[in-house]
Design a protein around this ligand. Structure first.
Ligand SMILES: *[C@@H]1O[C@H](CO)[C@@H](O)[C@H](O)[C@H]1NC(C)=O
Ligand SMILES: *[C@@H]1O[C@H](CO)[C@@H](O)[C@H](O)[C@H]1NC(C)=O
Ligand SMILES: *[C@@H]1O[C@H](CO)[C@@H](O)[C@H](O)[C@H]1NC(C)=O
Ligand SMILES: *[C@@H]1O[C@H](CO)[C@@H](O)[C@H](O)[C@H]1NC(C)=O
Ligand SMILES: *[C@@H]1O[C@H](CO)[C@@H](O)[C@H](O)[C@H]1NC(C)=O
Ligand SMILES: *[C@@H]1O[C@H](CO)[C@@H](O)[C@H](O)[C@H]1NC(C)=O
Ligand SMILES: *[C@@H]1O[C@H](CO)[C@@H](O)[C@H](O)[C@H]1NC(C)=O
Ligand SMILES: *[C@@H]1O[C@H](CO)[C@@H](O)[C@H](O)[C@H]1NC(C)=O
Ligand SMILES: *[C@@H]1O[C@H](CO)[C@@H](O)[C@H](O)[C@H]1NC(C)=O
Ligand SMILES: *[C@@H]1O[C@H](CO)[C@@H](O)[C@H](O)[C@H]1NC(C)=O
Ligand SMILES: [Cu+2]
Length: 568
């Protein structure tokens, strides 16, 4: 994914490098205009073709490239039969919640034939993020990377790489994805798992489709590259690996980390990871690049590995020839929890003078949220029951109009602000499960005053099965101050919290049968969604929202809605 041709003169769809060269050197922040035409596009993978929803006919979609402090305007025009909205995943959206994107949370959907211009400023962030549809299961094909370059003249806190490459990992179904989730919603059962994974839109050759080309990653001997990796898969955490090469992690979720070396990257849906790759292996071989599922619960998963090829190029090593031997990657087994744990425990904020970790030392709101599955009665479903998911036993019900509008205009009857701060009936979450796996329904929010310091312990439950849940919070970054297996212990565990250099991010994996503690400061007024980034769990109801009140004065208040905000 390097050079993509602009569809229209005013559509900036260039490579990272091209844009770097074109950036004017006199202006310090600029307004960047993009146009996203959402259109169907017939696409062939796994040797069969189907129409998919795309932005500008591309899969993955166009990359947004901007600098810290720039304002980004994206005009989204909906030419497809589905309702649509787009989320700018990880962008803080300070006071601009109207541009966040989750349908029925911060906006009504952009209906067929309509358009909406997302308007937001990139304040205090630099690194890789991504954008994706935030309605139905459209994000399977409606997604792309966001590259936020540092301010002009500000270097990376690591040696400048020779080149940068975007690596978007995805999941592909042979069937229409909306048919897959509709079928599951009707039956009350889990949806079909995907048929393949993709690396920048390519599966690589597969036994049942050997002609399928893989993505190619050309490198020059001795040079260092930065890979900006995005996990855009719907339901699967992934291991990412390049045979014969070590990777140095330098950033996650657009926050610099202390660099560390690894041979395997672990990345959950919603997360991004920047790594440095030095081309220092034998240049006469090709090397397999692989993305494969990490799943340590007894749940069906897509076991098809996506492959790409790293190959050396240059005056003395013109080995782009297919005859060169390919060194295969040794992949961890799907249930290699130890590989995931080692990777996750290595992540630390850089916490330098320039990039300090501003961890809240004290907490005003201490929340304990269980995350897990449940089963509710359903007359029309297979065997009369439906699998659901919940936070603190509440299966979230989507409202009919956007929560942010209801909040801003004080519309009654859309939501209540009584989301439980802790379970009403505590039990041994990772032990024997209660006989009744039912949940309750509600559109319940948790209210926070401006600047409240918040701690949330996210506790996985074993209801139906323990499982890893990548939890994503909109509107904020948070610090992962602690994690562990079993039940969180309020007396012992906080003593082990890292309040010095914990990793700062927007999506965190709650380990299967364990817990994670996060902290953030609620310095962004608005309504902010929090949900599992496994799309099936979100669909099943593993979601809630915070309503953060305005602070003092206009600078600490939500802006009024833009004139073209879609209506319900
Ligand atoms: C996709 O292909 C079908 C038939 O193969 C055709 O009818 C349809 O017009 C094509 N759609 C697009 C968007 O190209
Ligand atoms: C974008 O939002 C800012 C306020 O944050 C406003 O000043 C500006 O006019 C908006 N731009 C457009 C094109 O609507
Ligand atoms: C799901 O998988 C089953 C079994 O392979 C198949 O019969 C069904 O058509 C699939 N559903 C969709 C929507 O592809
Ligand atoms: C992947 O899963 C399918 C279906 O469960 C199974 O038939 C196949 O053997 C598995 N392949 C590998 C490589 O494990
Ligand atoms: C991982 O899965 C393999 C089978 O695929 C099984 O033999 C092994 O016990 C599992 N390991 C763990 C730690 O669950
Ligand atoms: C439905 O119930 C039947 C009979 O108890 C059982 O055999 C079957 O496995 C159940 N199906 C599912 C999907 O749970
Ligand atoms: C919770 O369940 C686990 C697993 O069965 C058990 O080891 C543990 O002792 C239980 N804890 C309590 C407080 O009962
Ligand atoms: C969850 O709520 C349902 C419905 O009110 C109730 O039946 C169930 O016992 C509750 N479960 C827990 C663990 O609180
Ligand atoms: C609001 O913020 C702007 C821009 O940062 C600043 O110029 C202005 O003084 C602030 N106003 C108040 C009342 O703090
Ligand atoms: C699209 O969104 C509008 C506004 O919420 C809603 O009235 C309509 O039913 C939706 N259309 C579909 C097909 O879901
Ligand atoms: Cu989940």
């Amino acid at each position: 994914m390097e050079i993509q041709r602009p569809r229209q003169p005013w559509v900036l769809v260039l490579s990272v490098f091209a844009v770097v060269c074109l950036l004017p050197t006199t202006v310090h922040s600029m307004v960047r205009h993009y146009k996203f035409n959402v259109v169907m596009k017939n696409t062939t993978k796994l040797c069969s073709s189907k129409p998919i929803v795309t932005v500008n006919g591309m899969f993955p979609g166009p990359t947004i490239v901007a600098r810290e402090d720039d304002t980004v305007l994206v005009k989204v025009v909906n030419h497809v039969k589905y309702n649509l909205s787009i989320h700018w995943h990880g962008i803080r959206q300070l006071r601009t919640g109207w541009a966040d994107g989750p349908a029925y949370i911060t906006q009504c959907p952009i209906q067929t034939g309509q358009s909406y211009t997302y308007n937001f400023t990139l304040a205090g962030q630099r690194g890789t993020l991504w954008w994706h549809a935030h309605i139905l299961w459209l994000r399977a094909t409606v997604h792309g990377a966001i590259v936020i370059l540092p301010k002009l003249g500000v270097p990376y806190p690591f040696p400048q790489p020779h080149k940068e490459k975007i690596i978007v990992l995805g999941e592909w179904w042979k069937s229409d994805v909306e048919a897959v989730i509709n079928e599951a919603t009707r039956s009350g059962l889990a949806p079909n798992v995907s048929d393949a994974h993709t690396i920048n839109g390519h599966t690589g050759p597969l036994p049942n489709c050997p002609s399928q080309q893989g993505y190619g990653l050309p490198v020059k001997p001795g040079k260092t590259y930065m890979l900006r990796i995005v996990n855009a898969a719907l339901n699967e955490e992934l291991f990412f690996k390049i045979a014969g090469h070590e990777l140095t992690v330098v950033e996650v979720d657009a926050v610099y980390t202390k660099p560390f070396k690894t041979d395997t990257v672990v990345i959950a849906p919603g997360q991004t990871t920047n790594v440095l790759l030095t081309a220092n292996a034998y240049a006469g071989s090709n090397y397999m690049v692989a993305a494969t599922t990490y799943m340590d619960a007894p749940i069906a998963f897509d076991n098809v590995t996506a492959t790409a090829t790293l190959h050396y190029v240059g005056p003395t090593t013109a080995n782009a020839n297919a005859a060169a031997k390919t060194v295969l990657a040794t992949l961890p087994p799907q249930n290699a929890t130890w590989v995931a744990t080692k990777f996750i425990k290595s992540l630390r904020s850089l916490n330098s003078e320039e990039y300090p970790a501003r961890v809240p030392m004290n907490v005003d709101h201490s929340l304990f949220f269980t995350v897990g599955l449940g089963v509710n009665p359903c007359r029309s479903c297979v065997n009369g029951s439906r699998v659901v998911a919940d936070i603190n036993n509440v299966t979230f019900v989507m409202p009919k109009i956007a929560l942010l509008q209801a909040h801003f205009f004080n519309l009654p009857g859309v939501f209540t602000d009584d989301f439980p701060a802790r379970p009403s009936h505590p039990y041994n979450y990772t032990g024997t499960q209660p006989a009744n796996p039912a949940t309750m329904k509600g559109t319940r929010l948790y209210r926070l005053p401006y600047n409240a310091r918040v701690e949330i312990v996210l506790q996985d439950t074993g209801m139906i099965t323990p499982e890893n849940h990548p939890i994503h919070l909109h509107g904020f970054n948070f610090f992962e101050v602690g994690r562990g297996l079993g039940n969180f212990n309020q007396k012992k565990d906080p003593k082990k919290f890292n309040l010095v250099d914990p990793v700062e991010r927007n999506t965190v994996g709650v380990p299967a049968g364990g817990w994670v503690a996060i902290r953030f400061t609620a310095d962004n007024p608005g309504v902010w969604f929090m949900h599992c980034h496994l799309e099936i769990h979100t669909t099943w109801g593993l979601k809630m929202a915070f309503v953060v009140d305005n602070g003092d004065g206009p600078n600490h208040s939500l802006l009024p809605p833009p004139a073209d905000l879609p209506k319900c």
